[in-house]
Design a protein around this ligand. Structure first.
Ligand code: JJW
Length: 448
């Protein structure tokens, strides 16, 4: 038996996102987002599910905050639905949409929970997509205005801000792989979107500083780890490329003011795509951030395979256990990636803004025995503690997710919550993992 002890002052939290939990899609003047459109396009989301109702947190937020108060978290990470604030993407503010987030934030503050607000968690106003979405630089200006409005509106209330959630998903997964909204399949487009997201991030940070907003601002890239199958140089290089797509591509511009040259060249050779950078872009992106949010779920042992995929790489089934969504349980990757971030980018404060697992356990006699999720959490928190022990500057850990919710292209079939949601009755049931997490938060350690 081991005791895994966390440092004094370690912060704990849970995370969600607007389109995945709010519902109330047509309430109080919300405009349509690209996810409404995508979900209603046949064949894009499992079972044709959509976020019209989701967990109905728009109406049940008090119950959800009460659950978090009982859980004892320091932080609640949520996102604002841009189309609730600007139904037309920009221009006229929808006061009723703003009022919802005031109600939520006030409720959190009253219960002593710190709000951590994500500005962009994928629900782009559809009207902006109609004009090219993130491929169009006008979206950057619209985002800057949207960010400014929220900074001014919530200054003094929200002290932790995240500009963009998972820019890799927003760009490459959504515009090259095509699995998420808007569902396009063009590598050059994915590259343009990735760059524009980083510029939008930088512009929001500049605005935040200029306005003198109280608190901290960062962004939340998702990362995956590819462990070389062998120490053959070809295996190592293939893994370096694949991991860098998540890591270096979205970190180097922010922390070093440049893109990773080896990957720029690789993409040029493989796809013909080239960066489209305007004067001043890299300076805008290269703003000091107060923290970086890390979203980590999975990793793989991978090896070189000639002409396989984008990176000449194949994943090896090395026999790792998988969660119910089919992702490897790979906690060592969490440790390796945190170490690498700290080695390459310095002593930047890190919040784990997402880490969690999909297990589709259902209530039996009012109890959800999600032992798989508890095991997953334990393994990843051991890796987190190893990273802390190795000097990585980790400030807090937020698990994904408070609630089972709309898991994007998987619809409601994949459950990531520590609280079960019955999608017919919208009843919430705390899972065994909830009670385990509550105990861990209270103790600031756990036994394994
Ligand atoms: C990759 C699918 C082909 C969310 C992916 C699909 C097809 C090569 C979870 N994080 O719900 C990554 N999540 O909203 C944010 N993160 O490829 C929050 N990444 O690949 C969670 C999905 C994801 C993915 C899902």
């Amino acid at each position: 038996m081991s005791i895994i002890q966390f440092p004094k002052g370690m912060k704990w939290g849970v995370a969600t996102a607007s389109y995945q939990i709010e519902g109330a899609a047509n309430k109080d003047g919300r405009g349509p987002s690209i996810w409404d459109t995508f979900a209603k396009t046949p064949g894009k989301v499992v079972n044709g599910d959509n976020g019209d109702v989701a967990c109905d947190s728009y109406h049940r937020y008090k119950e959800d905050v009460e659950i978090m108060e009982d859980l004892g978290v320091d932080f609640y990470r949520f996102s604002v639905a841009w189309p609730r604030i600007f139904p037309d993407g920009t221009g006229e503010v929808n006061k009723e949409g703003l009022a919802y987030y005031h109600r939520l934030v006030d409720e959190l503050l009253e219960k002593g929970i710190q709000p951590m607000c994500t500005l962009y968690h994928w629900d782009l106003p559809q009207v902006l997509q109609d004009k090219g979405g993130w491929d169009n630089r006008e979206t950057i200006e619209a985002f800057e205005k949207y960010a400014e409005l929220l900074f001014r509106e919530f200054d003094g209330k929200i002290k932790h801000w995240i500009t963009i959630n998972e820019p890799w998903c927003v760009s490459f997964l959504s515009n090259f792989i095509g699995a998420h909204a808007p569902g396009l399949k063009d590598f050059q487009l994915g590259m343009n979107v990735a760059h524009h997201l980083l510029v939008a991030h930088g512009k929001a940070v500049i605005k935040f500083r200029k306005l003198g907003i109280e608190g901290e601002i960062g962004y939340a890239p998702n990362v995956e780890w590819n462990e070389p199958y062998s120490d053959n140089q070809k295996d190592i290089d293939a893994c370096t490329r694949a991991s860098a797509w998540f890591l270096d591509w979205f970190f180097d511009p922010v922390f070093k003011g440049s893109y990773p040259e080896f990957l720029v060249n690789w993409f040029k050779e493989k796809t013909g795509a080239a960066l489209k950078i305007e004067d001043g872009d890299m300076e805008i992106i290269n703003q000091p951030v107060d923290f970086v949010g890390i979203n980590y779920y999975t990793g793989s042992v991978s090896r070189y395979a000639e002409d396989e995929g984008l990176f000449d790489l194949e994943k090896v089934d090395a026999g790792y256990l998988k969660t119910d969504i089919g992702w490897n349980i790979y906690p060592e990757g969490f440790y390796h990636i945190l170490k690498k971030i700290s080695d390459n980018y310095g002593d930047i404060p890190i919040y784990i803004t997402e880490n969690g697992s999909c297990y589709n356990d259902e209530p039996e006699n009012g109890r959800v025995r999600d032992t798989g999720r508890i095991e997953y959490l334990k393994k990843h928190l051991v890796s987190l503690q190893r990273s802390l022990e190795s000097g990585v500057n980790i400030k807090g850990y937020l698990t994904w997710s408070l609630l089972d919710n709309f898991e994007w292209a998987e619809g409601y079939t994949m459950r990531f919550g520590i609280v079960h949601v019955d999608y017919r009755t919208l009843e919430r049931t705390k899972k065994d993992s909830y009670y385990w997490y509550k105990q861990t938060i209270a103790n600031n350690f756990f036994e394994i």
